[in-house]
Design a protein around this ligand. Sequence first.
Ligand code: 0O2
Length: 230
Amino acid sequence: MSEMDFYVETLENLPAVINGSESMKERVASLVYDFMQLQHLYDSAIEVVKTYLNIIDSEFSMKFQRNPIHNIDSRLKSPQSIIGKLQKKGLPVSIEAAQKNLLDIAGIRVTCCYINDIYAVADMLCRRDDFTVIKQKDYIKKPKSSGYRSYHIIVNVPVYLSTAKTYAPVEIQIRTIAMDFWASLEHQLKYKTASAITPEISEELRNCADKIAETDIQMQDIFMKIHDID
Ligand code: 0O2
């Protein structure tokens, strides 16, 4: 389906989205423009966070000759997926409802080398006085029942536009390379072959996550020994 067809279909199914007296053409144009504005705002918020992460990584490299961050990835939820999530949650399909209720429209995934790096990066994000922490979840200390491990933070980020300062939330998932290896494969397996995931397979995946977590701790210990850190 083309993007235009998607907007037309959305409006046809949701007549209350925009004032009913407007023509379909006007309504589509208005919805497209609203989404463009939303995406620009959240994309800019991603850039603000990524710039900061790159700055702290290069500062570490300059001061300590190593990079705590291995990789930074980002993604913006598509209009289709935003509308789908609003409908799934039984919320009105509007830009306002999306901004108020969906905190993962803008997402950043930071892959770190060691477990301690995750907490260092999280701490630096929390200490920025212009970022407001909305939510924090430590799935490393308390892994999910699937075995998933990662540190999640949602921060409200200021974005300076041409005429105003505005804010947008960004979900940041921070994990080690090892945690990322597990999460990526587990996601792929569950997404592509969901029906084949029996309780036994889930248990196996959880065991893999636990083994990987042990290795992560061992690698952290080796790092500490080599660098003579207690
Ligand atoms: P995508 O495409 O990755 O963004 P809430 O109840 O709203 O506070 P919610 O929404 O369940 O909590 O968020 P949670 O569980 O803190 O984090 C959701 C995201 O974490 C997921 O995003 C995944 O990216 C990741 N995640 C959580 N659990 C697992 C898991 O068991 N396996 C893997 N591989 N990833 C996980 P989305 O929305 O699934 O999609």
